[in-house]
Structure formats: C-alpha cells, structure tokens
Design a protein around this ligand. Structure first.
Ligand code: AMP
Ligand code: GLY
Length: 420
C-alpha cells in the first residue's frame, strides 16, 4: 500500500522508518519531510494545513492511508475532511482533538468522568482570575487555554509570578489561545507519559516514555519541545499503567462517546505519579516528539498494522509484541534554542554513523543543499539507540554523538538520568 505521513520532524522520520519495515508498505510519502526523511521516503511539498492540497496529493499518488503527525492539522479539522472524502486516515476529529487544543475542555471532561487531575478553575477575564490567585496562593500552575507551542504553561513558584502569568495570557500575547486561562493546583510527583491507541471504544497501550522538557542538564533552564526521551519509563509499571487506563483514559473515552465525539487515534497522556497513583497533567492527541522516536525504535514495523486497525475501528484484533528492550533519544539542537538561533549551519559526519537498526539518527530541522546537510530549525537531530539495558542504550547514543561534527549545535548530557 501507499502511505502518506504529514509532518517534518523527528517524529515523522521515525514513523516513516518503522512503517517502512512492514511488508504491507509499498511506497511511503512524507509532506513536507526533511533531509533525513528524503533518504527513505519521497518528500512532497504540500501545505499540511490545506486539506484540498492533501486530498489532491492522495489522488495523484494513489495513497491508501494517511497518518497525521502533528497537532496543527488536527486542530484545523484536516482529519475530518480526509475521512469525509473516504480516505483512510489516522488522526482524531477536530471536536475530539479538543483534548489537546483546549485545556478547559479537558478539565471539564475530567470533572464529568471523574478522572483524577489537579484541582482547577478557569476564567475568561482578568479580575476574577487575579482574585483566585490571591485566595489560593503559590505554588500555582497558570495555563493559556489553547495551543501555545509549549509556552502557555507557567509553573508559578510565587504569587507575583502567577499574577504576571495571568496578565501575560490576557494581554493577548498568545492570541486566541489566551482567551481563557486555567489556574491549577501544583501537583507533586514524577512525570511520565503513556501512549495508547483508541478506536472509539478499544484502548491499546503501545508504550511508556519520559521526556526531558527543560533545555539544560539537571532539568534546568527554559521549557522546550523536548530535549530527549527514553522508553520504557520504569515509574509507569504494570500497576500504574492499569490504574491510568482504568481511572483516567477509559472514563475520558466514555465521556467523549457520551458527548458524541468518540476519539480515534493516538492518545498521549502526560501523568504526574505520586506513590503509584497517577493524575492527569494533560492529553495530547498525537505522538509526542521526541517520545515517538523511542517508541518506534522498540515497536518497528508492527506499528503499521496497529495504526491501520485503529483507523478501521478494529483495534480489538491487535496485539503488540513486546521485546524486553530499552531505547533512548538525545536531541541535538541549534545553539540558542529555545530562543533565537542561526540556521544554515553545516552538520558533518552523519555518513559515519553505524547503519544498524539499533542506532538511528532521526532528523528534525534539516535540509540538504548541494550534498550537505544543513540545520534548518531549533531541534535538528535525534540520536537514538536501542539496547537490552537503558544504560547501554544511553552509552551507545552518546558515542554516536561523538562522530557528529556540528559546533553550532548542543545537546543535554544527562538524558535518562531519572531512570538510571
Ligand atoms: P502541559 O503543557 O499542560 O503538559 O504543561 C507543561 C508542563 O508543566 C508539564 O509537563 C509539567 O511539567 C508542568 N505542569 C503542568 N501542569 C502542572 C500541574 N498541575 N502541577 C505540576 N506541574 C504541572
Ligand atoms: N515532547 C512533548 C510533546 O510532543 O508534546
């Protein structure tokens, strides 16, 4: 079959790589892709927010299955339009994507379904929000309601910080995403993520991971899209996983069905775990990036069968074959990220990396020009390794980095520290 993946990050590179291992996959197309993806798939220049362009691409290349990587097309309703055209598509509807696109919506779903999460209030105007901050006191977590590229959440350690966060959100700096604010109790514990496939009813866990959101070693500095990840996350053991599905995900999915917006796709639950009890931090309605890279490294080609069955509503037929392995990914980013950075810097040495499925370099922001690979974004490469232990995978990933010559880039030296 011919498969089209929408996106251009390390997530989409790893998806293309895993899907390609499945004998059902004949041709793989990625829109718009990057320099690494171009080595294993045909990259096509399509605006992934423009459903008409995507439908035309599907016709032109006889695409049988479309997989939507990032949240932006889901928020635009691209999945609904493709499905209406009769195209087999994996990606939730615009309505059910509110689990990611509106924090207020998710909180209301938690209230209705009893899923444990931080206590909260939401506000549409400044004064009552400020009054609430004053009565609650710090620490508090202040969130813009909508999608804000990871910048809309402020963990306020003192009251002044909370007040300035509320002002900032209502000042319009997040556009529409800041029309409402959610103010939450600060939850203590350890964070981890659970990934499940859902076809409306059936819920299939496909892996656990831990991200490293802060830019600096020891979890210091600014928040980023993610500087590295590993899978599995030991804190999300069998017991916690079961509790997460039964207490959080299943009630949420039932409530979505009750509201007439059943969820179909990849659901990513960000959790805070304390004394083996999980509470929901947030949902995302897609694979995480870089979490996807470590999941694909472990799942390989079987992910295609699982994704196809999800899209067809036949998830109950699927069983995941687990290997007893560990994977890790270290993000290499342009100096300055998550602030401003230079693009067009040359990355040397990629050809010397081992060519082995236990050692992968997934590209994110890269382009190829005159035979050279140039950095073209904030997060640029995902150096990924798989081994029988996490410590070995970590050692292999950092050894791979040694062979890369890119002085305009940096990476965290401690990915995996929590589990090791
Ligand atoms: P979110 O975008 O909602 O996942 O928030 C980004 C990050 O902020 C999370 O990964 C947590 O580290 C932190 N965070 C969000 N909400 C809370 C909360 N209620 N308590 C503690 N930390 C939180
Ligand atoms: N790595 C966090 C995310 O994809 O949202």
């Amino acid at each position: 079959m011919n498969i089209l993946i929408l996106g251009s990050g390390g997530r989409e590179h790893s998806l293309a790589w895993a899907i390609k291992q499945n004998p059902k996959c004949d041709n793989i197309f990625v829109a718009p892709g990057n320099a690494g993806i171009a080595q294993i798939a045909k990259c096509i220049s399509v605006d992934i927010l423009n459903a008409t362009q995507i439908v035309n691409t599907v016709k032109e290349y006889n695409i049988d299955f479309v997989l939507i990587g990032p949240e932006a097309p889901l928020a635009e309703g691209v999945s609904d339009i493709l499905k209406r055209e009769g195209i087999l598509t994996l990606g939730p509807s615009k309505a059910s994507s509110q689990l990611e696109t509106s924090k207020k919506f998710t909180k209301e779903i938690c209230d209705a379904s009893g899923a444990p999460t931080a206590e909260y209030r939401s506000f549409d105007s400044l004064e009552p929000a400020l009054a609430y901050v004053e009565t609650k006191g710090a620490p508090l977590v202040v969130k813009a309601d909508g999608l804000a590229a990871g910048k809309g959440v402020i963990v306020a350690t003192d009251i002044e910080m909370a007040i300035s966060a509320v002002h900032e959100i209502f000042s319009g700096s997040f556009g529409n995403a800041g029309a409402s604010v959610v103010i939450e109790e600060f939850m203590e514990g350890e964070e981890a993520s659970l990934f499940v496939l859902v076809d409306g009813e059936t819920i299939l866990p496909i892996g656990t991971a831990q991200d490293h959101k802060r830019v600096g070693d020891g979890d210091t500095g600014l928040n980023t899209g993610g500087m590295g990840a590993y899978s599995p996350a030991p804190i999300l053991n069998e017991e916690v996983l079961k509790k997460t599905v039964e207490r959080i995900i299943r009630p949420t999915m039932r409530e979505m069905v009750r509201r007439g917006m059943p969820f179909t796709g990849v659901l990513y639950a960000g959790l805070m775990i304390k004394e083996s009890d999980p509470r929901l931090v947030e949902y995302n309605v897609r694979f995480g990036d870089p979490e996807c890279q470590v999941l694909m490294m472990r799942l390989g080609g079987q992910i295609l069968d699982a994704l196809l069955s999800t899209a067809k509503g036949k998830l109950s037929d699927v069983k995941i074959n687990w290997a007893n392995d560990h994977s890790i990914t270290v993000v290499m980013a342009s100096n300055g990220y998550p602030g401003s950075y230079e693009t067009g810097t040359e990355i040397v040495g990629l050809a010397n990396l081992p060519s082995d499925s236990n050692f992968m370099c997934f590209h994110a922001g890269t382009v190829e020009k005159n035979g050279k690979v140039l950095a073209n974004g904030g997060r640029v490469l995902n150096i990924t390794a798989r081994a029988e232990t996490l410590i070995k995978a970590q050692k292999n990933a950092y050894e791979m980095i040694e062979t890369i010559d890119w002085s305009e880039g940096f990476y965290r030296k401690d990915i995996g520290w929590r589990a090791l």
